[in-house]
Design a protein around this ligand. Sequence first.
Ligand code: GYE
Length: 355
Amino acid sequence: MILAGNRDRNKIQSRIQTRDKTGIRPAVFMVALMMPVLLAGCRNNASIQTETESADGLISVAFSEVGAESDWRVANSESMRTTFTTENGYEFYFEDAKGKQENQITTLRSYILQGVDYIVLDPVIETGWDEVLEEAKNAGIPVIVVDRMIDVEDETLYAAWVGSDFQKEGETAVEWLESYLEEQGRSDEEIRILHVMGTLGATSQIGRTVGLENGTAAHESWEIIAQVQGEYTQAKTYEVVSEFLEETQDIDVIYCENDNSALGAIQALEEAGISCGTDGDVIIISFDATAVGLAACMEGSINLDVECNPLHGPLVEEIIEQLEAGGTPSKLSYVEETYFTPDMLTAEFIASRGY
Ligand code: GYE
């Protein structure tokens, strides 16, 4: 439902903060004025509905996704799509920002103009959201943030956040490495770590980086020999790791901030004739635990894959249900996560996860 419609709005009156004397949300009023323009420019004309047509009572949920840079991301988008279906009572809007915050800001402004019921935002980076979220707030549209966090002055600019504890993921990796080296009798050996970072400024990058940096500072014999930017993609990581290997091949660990990066690092090592994983020279640590990462872990080229759960759709739906019922969802909800090593994996298990 795009316009105010005749879905029972009583429940959501309380969260609509700005209305003019007519009781119409300014954004809705603007949409009414601009209807012919919007209809002409809309990708999915069929889903634009008039007030009478929206008697179906669908709730419109408009998602601004980071991009499609990784398998994790694809699973995340899919989780939203399969949750917010018409059969489940939703009208779903989706925009892929192609990794650019400015695209997300444009998308949010168009969602605000359309007067959607809820905005779901997975922010590329943490900063720079105050202004556009103020606009959403003034239009009375609750914003639910998923995955990466936002750094805003006014916490009332978003209703809730759901995602992972990224620093904890990094700490899990550090703890595992410590015990793995111990098992191998390498605790006192010098350990040279190549750190492949994800998208700079994204909460997942920040948390996983802090986890590693703190862990390294706490181990005298560990050293981060370089930090390179893999941008969460296989292609970029392959490029930067290949370049690095021309400088030195003296590396004990490559800490890759997601599975696609790990695959890029493995590809670069293979090409340089360097072995990795359980039977190789370089220990590979990865994050996400998507099917591609777990498959590489099961066959031994990734030593550790720390899980990061991308299935946010049902969690966002719970938050929307709470808001619809006039409740206040928890401001921050962390998803449960674990980690995987080759001995823990089977093909059946990987297939059963569905992403
Ligand atoms: O680990 C990576 C993706 O923010 C948790 O973004 C997310 C990260 C994920 O591109 O694969």
